[in-house]
Design a protein around this ligand. Sequence first.
Ligand code: C2O
Ligand code: CU
Ligand code: CU
Length: 538
Amino acid sequence: MNKVDLQRRSVLRRLGGVAALSALAGSGVWVGGFRSSALAAPASTATAGSFDVGLRLRAHPDEVSILPGAPSDVWRYTAERIVGPEDTLTPVGESYAGPLIRLRRGQRVHVRIDNELPEDTTVHWHGLHVPSDVDGQPRLPIAPATSTTVAFDVVDRAGLYWYHPHPHGPDGGRVGFQSYAGLAGPLIINDAAERALGLPDGERELVLILQDRTFSNGNELQYIGGGGMGAMMTRMRGFRGEQVLVNGHPDARREVSTQPYRLRLLNGSNSRIYKLAWSDGRMVTVIGTDGGLLAKPEQRRSVTLAPAQRIDLWVDFGDTEPGESVQLVSEEYQLGMMGGGDMMDRGMMGQGMMGDRMDGMMDRGMMRDMMGSERLPLVTFAVVARANDAGTLPERLAQDLPASPVQADTPVRRFELSMRMMQGFTINGRQMEGATVADDEMVRLGETEIWEFVNNTMMPHPMHVHGLQFQIHERVGGRTDLHDGIIDAGLHDTVLVFPEERVRIALTFKDFEGFYMYHCHNMEHEDAGMMRYYKVVA
Ligand code: C2O
Ligand code: CU
Ligand code: CU
């Protein structure tokens, strides 16, 4: 496959200028003008004291040791706490991952974002209910060597969210490239209701970011490069790395004691779907999803985690002896409904997706690779100590989950996911066209709708909606190896829609007017234009 280094030379060349400029940008007063009109305080009178949390977040190139041997060039977030509780920022391993930002419901947060990269970027608060102008949308890019400030109130439920870049210019998106280069970090919201449950915390609460990466012999990150058939196929499937890194490290291992743990997983991969399971066959116990805790725990043989999704797991190593270890793995799976190669021959080629010329050039191995995944070890939990205070899993978890907002007359808005020859994936026949919305992409403030995603393609699409958490209402059709591991209970901001499947979600557009986005969170699909704005109007 034709891949390319992480623009090392051009990055370094352009950095000379950027570094000097960013020193200038950094000399201003850190509380700048606000973008958010929803905030009461006028920019001129606001001070750091008006906020419970004040952060400075830098996006910048760096060198980080990932594999043994030479360090790797990355792009990363680093943050500094200006005001706020001491536990607001915690490093995630010693790697490129952005720091864990820990917020409390009810806080007012102010973030100054410095772009020290050689290209435009934004910072999107994935999953958070924030005003349109602080959502990090591509229509508000932060130019190299400039800063912006955003401020918002923390109104979401306790849960694991995350932040990542969202740039998309006239030539396409750079989300895949920039997050692959290392720009992504976790964000946890805590609240009193969750604390009252007494779930494992401190050393027994682990945030685990799953990302797959490919390295050159010199340890440089490699991403899709150039034109060519291989690159084209990779863009269509989405980029997949040769190895999985957890919190930026290969061969992840954690030492644990014979006690319950809370594992908070984020799939920060560009396109890879994981089928999470325990190596000793124990059931996977799920306590939460994208938007926080479930009403009660759910158990599965395996759990499906698509890009951008989070899952909250509870595991008790109390039945394991010191000296033993248990692995969290991603099991092998096939997505082809008719079995790999067959499906490609009859389905994909039959539809003439890439034209006749392609036929002879693709072998079945490549097809199988597109439609499934081999088994991958993720994290080894080595039980090293015995502990007594076991603690049990509450039978009831969240009591603040909203009831279904769906009524007999709730309107249904339909989104057909299709493939346009040589162009890529579309939503209702459209692709990203900047901050423009069609008539059928306007929704009313305060209203509830059902959105129905119909997948007419042979690929799964993790569909994400900005600015809110939704409920998954119904799933029809599409049976795959991954369906048993689907958790539809609770609140979500990203839902996986399988080939030949129709999924209905229920959303309510509250509090904020303006532009938001909806898109496939396979980052290569999104960057190729499988993304649109929608607009909330009063
Ligand atoms: Cu995680 Cu539109 O983003
Ligand atoms: Cu988002
Ligand atoms: Cu997609």
